[in-house]
Design a protein around this ligand. Sequence first.
Ligand code: NAD
Length: 265
Amino acid sequence: MSGLMEGKRGLIMGLANDKSLAWGIAQKLHEQGAELAFSYQGDALLKRVKPLAESLGSDLLIECDVADMGKLDAAFDALKERWDSLDFVVHAIGFSDKNELRGKYVDTSLDNFLMTMNISAYSLVAVTKRAVEMMPESGGSILTLTYYGAEKVVPHYNVMGVAKAALETSVQYLANDLGPRNIRVNAISAGPIKTLAASGIGDFRYILKWNELNSPLRRNVTIDDVGGAGLYLVSDLSSGVTGEVHHVDAGYHVVGMKQEDAPDI
Ligand code: NAD
């Protein structure tokens, strides 16, 4: 199978390095012929993102801090200067103060609650609004990344779980708003993967071990696993799917108890 994304152009938001979930998805899209642009958050990340983008044949790099609506407008203006249309967006962005990704949710501060909600949930709405203006009559596809901590309590995930719940519900409302334009909006709920963002979550190594021992597949997922599912959700293979939260978590979300064969950790 090749050429599934031939003639399609998309913006990848949230690439930090070659461990990023966005990188797993970008590689699969590129393999299938997609033309890619990348947004990056500040100059510190540019030196990491540039060589990765170049290795996928892209020289279209745009600075964008999604917390700032002016910068988001400027980023889409810059994209419009190079491309007259956009077929898909991958939104792989989340952020919270790491001091509040440990301990108790009850201790969340208002400032960090609002900042986390803005960057991790509202930014999908703000990005979608701007992307839709560039999408052709035939439609388009928007994909975001979420986590099981939106559905069930995962210790330390705290305010990020609440923001992911808002993100998942936003996926449904956006899907309904944009369905008549044949623009699909979906999310992947990925199992835990060691990335820069994940390193801010308290006891993340324990979460990784727990998932490995207790998921039906008895392993953790990789950015390749996420990439394959991302390709499916962005491409026409999933033409009848919208408003969906698709779990790529080795099946962990269907399990209600510790596995009998899992040792105590
Ligand atoms: P990552 O650190 O590689 O990527 C996070 C990205 O968010 C970075 O590129 C960072 O620059 C970007 N970002 C943060 N604040 C931003 C802002 N204000 N403006 C623009 N960009 C900003 O980590 P990742 O794990 O690949 O995270 C990507 C997405 O996947 C996140 O939404 C995360 O919550 C989600 N996710 C991760 C896991 C996991 O275990 N790693 C599991 C499920 C979902």
